[in-house]
Design a protein. Structure first.
Length: 700
């Protein structure tokens, strides 16, 4: 993000630096900026590439000659391009700098090597091989540096045959250099052999290495010790004896150059970590202490890491304290410290004082926590209801993160809000913080939060969330048609007339949303739930007059509205008659809703008659859990779900008439009534009973 700001600033200065030939930035400034772009983060780096190209173009405009500045800046540009997915451009630059008949210089060879490395980063094997063919055609030797690139490319992808082939390809060196692989290449081979069970071949690799140089430099010895411990199965005592042999062989003037040191111990600890063996790692640390080798910062970083992997927070605490006494040059301890904080936050009872102590240390160093760590800390503070701490932490960190990192933090807040175990008041506070600090949150995500408040029976809060969307300055963050439908469905669930009037008025003034059948369905449900069946049925007219027309849900909903409207059976009969004349297939749900409309208006005999002839007319019998009715008939706290018999039972007024339905059902449909009785009954304040039914989402 900072590079993006710097790029826009550079463009501004270049465009509006009227009267200043260099617009306040000399060539040295531009070269420094280009150098700094080599430090590329792991996330998207498009701005890095664009900024590097524009800096390079400006430097070339000012200094068009081919000199040391040209080669320096070209090398820097190629380094950035190779790391940002533009290796093809690097190869073009390498080709354009070739002089026919001239000997290829070291810088030109480096450009080709950079292009090769870039294609490896892009995982483009075809271009990797094509570039190697060009390198060989130019007469550039297969050097240890090229060998390292090719071996790492295939070894990290566990390509056994290709790895062996490129490692075994003869290496040509210059000067007095020995024709042996670089230590980095040997290390990649060792790890490759561990992963792919190539230990026999690995043994030959190290035998050849020792045959070529019986007493190689210390960096090779460190890898040899790891080979002995990991591939040959040597124990800690065996490795200790090997170290002693190495030290005895290298006594003399340069004795310190080939004696085991803390790098040796750290390599062995890393090996133990790769095998997920914290006990072995501890033994190697103890071996170093026994040999008089003092741990350094890397040792404690490794120790903190493997203790965290083992779940040993007490041991991790001790490693962290030891790490604090070491000198840290490039913040190399930050990844594991972030991991440590996250582990503390994830513990069953987070040690708050310890967490605060560590975060204070980080603040004093003026370095930034990782996004996942900030997310974990926010959850700890939220659970402690320390809202000021949450706000301060986010305001000091979140604006420096990429959008993906910010999204991870925001998702933590969303998960917190959707967790039904968290109290509603605290969820509202979490939403408020998220709303102000993560303004980029999209409409579907905000809609989820709105629906959560409806599920918590807090339609006031849900409608505030809707209102925040409606007031958003950006059009793409405002409510869509689906948002309105979800809101009206939630209002129907809560039967909140005040919220219904408010949101409906917002809809009337929203020229960006065109209503459809689903929206009218949701409005019908909401007004019916709020005991305004007259207003609800006005939307039925809108549906029937629209090009889209009614859906099966529309038919269910209109019958449910007719059930609650005085003399609603008249409209219900009209709609039912039209359906039958048009030979529209009648579903169980629509049939049950029509029966409920008749029963709700006291037409008991007619409703019973509809059920008695349903098998003959419609081809299905009354069955349990056939019908879903989203509206409570006598209690706003329930949603009824049952068959046609249960529907008319709950719809009919008066317990005496309900008893008549029970007697009728027991006589004609005894098995169905037995299933209804298993659901149980609940006595209402008015003295009648309703069948207990599970709740179900209200959908338009």
């Amino acid at each position: 993000m900072q590079v993006g700001h710097a790029l826009r600033t550079f463009r501004f200065l270049r465009r509006f630096g009227v009267g200043e030939e260099e617009f306040g930035l000399d060539t040295g400034n531009l070269r420094e900026a280009l150098t700094s772009l080599k430090q590329i983060p792991k996330d998207e780096a498009i701005d890095f590439k664009e900024f590097a190209k524009e800096l390079y173009a400006e430097i070339r405009r000012r200094s068009p000659q081919i000199d040391d500045l040209y080669w320096t800046t070209t090398t820097l540009l190629c380094s950035v391009l190779a790391r940002t997915g533009d290796a093809a451009e690097v190869r073009k630059l390498a080709e354009s700098n070739l002089s026919p008949g001239s000997e290829i210089t070291l810088i030109q060879r480096n450009l080709w090597r950079t292009a090769l490395y870039g294609f490896c980063l892009e995982n483009n094997e075809a271009e990797v091989l094509k570039t190697m063919e060009s390198i060989e055609a130019l007469g550039i030797n297969y050097s240890p540096a090229l060998q390292e690139i090719m071996v790492e490319f295939y070894a990290t992808r566990n390509r056994v045959d290709a790895t062996k082939r490129w490692y075994s390809k003869p290496v040509t060196t210059t000067g007095k250099q020995k024709e042996i692989p670089k230590p980095e290449t040997v290390y990649h081979i060792l790890q490759f052999c561990f992963r792919n069970n190539q230990l026999d071949w690995c043994k030959n690799v190290f035998k050849d290495l020792l045959r070529a140089d019986p007493n190689p430099p210390k960096r090779y010895w460190d890898i040899i010790f790891q080979w002995a411990a990991g591939a040959l199965g040597k124990g800690v005592e065996d490795v200790e004896r090997m170290m002693q042999v190495m030290a005895d062989q290298n006594q003399g003037v340069h004795d310190h150059a080939k004696r085991p040191d803390i790098d040796t111990i750290n390599g062995l600890v890393e090996l133990a970590n790769s095998k997920n063996d914290p006990y072995l790692a501890e033994r190697y640390v103890a071996l170093g202490l026994k040999s008089g080798i003092r741990p350094n910062a890397k040792t404690y970083i490794l120790q903190l890491n493997y203790r965290l992997q083992a779940g040993d927070l007490t041991g991790a605490d001790a490693a962290y304290e030891s790490l604090q006494a070491e000198e840290i040059l490039n913040n190399e301890d930050l990844p594991v410290i972030n991991k440590y904080i996250q582990a503390l936050c994830a513990s069953r009872v987070p040690p708050y004082d310890r967490i605060r102590s560590i975060t204070t240390d980080i603040e004093e160093r003026n370095v930034r926590l990782h996004a996942d760590t900030v997310s974990a800390l926010c959850m700890v503070y939220l659970n402690r209801e320390e809202l000021d701490e949450v706000t301060d932490l986010l305001q000091s960190n979140c604006y420096h993160y990429t959008l993906n990192e910010r999204a991870r933090i925001r998702d933590g807040f969303i998960d917190f809000c959707l967790d039904r175990n968290n109290p509603t008041a605290l969820v509202w506070d979490a939403y408020t913080i998220m709303r102000f600090l993560f303004d980029e949150t999209d409409t579907p995500t905000r809609t989820k939060l709105m629906q959560e408040f409806f599920r918590r029976r807090r339609s006031d809060m849900a409608c505030h969330v809707f209102g925040h969307m409606r007031q958003h300055i950006r059009q793409d963050k405002r409510p869509t048609l689906d948002t309105y439908i979800a809101c009206f469905e939630g209002i129907a669930r809560c039967a909140d007339r005040e919220s219904l009037d408010m949101v409906h008025n917002m809809f009337k003034m929203d020229s960006a949303v065109e209503p459809n059948t689903r929206l009218y369905n949701s409005l019908m449900m909401a007004y019916t739930a709020c005991d305004d069946a007259y207003r609800s049925l006005e939307f039925w007219d809108d549906i029937t007059n629209s090009r889209e027309g009614p859906s099966y849900r529309s038919l269910e909903i209109v019958f449910q509205a007719c059930q609650k409207k005085p003399f609603g059976d008249k409209l219900a009969r009209v709609v039912w008659g039209k359906m039958r004349r048009m030979e529209i297939e009648v579903t169980r749900e629509v049939h049950a809703a029509y029966c409920g409309a008749l029963a709700g208006q006291g037409k008991l005999e007619e409703a019973e008659g509809m059920i008695e002839v349903m098998e003959k007319d419609l081809g299905f019998k009354p069955d349990v859990l056939t019908h879903v009715s989203p509206f409570p008939l006598f209690s706003r706290s329930r949603i009824n779900k049952t068959n046609s018999i249960g529907t008319i039972y709950n719809a009919i007024h008066g317990q005496n008439r309900k008893d008549m339905i029970e007697e009728w059902a027991k006589e004609l449909y005894p098995s169905v009534w037995e299933e209804i009785e298993k659901l149980g009954f609940e006595e209402q304040e008015e003295g009648h009973q309703l069948i207990n039914m599970p709740e179900r989402e209200i959908k338009a």
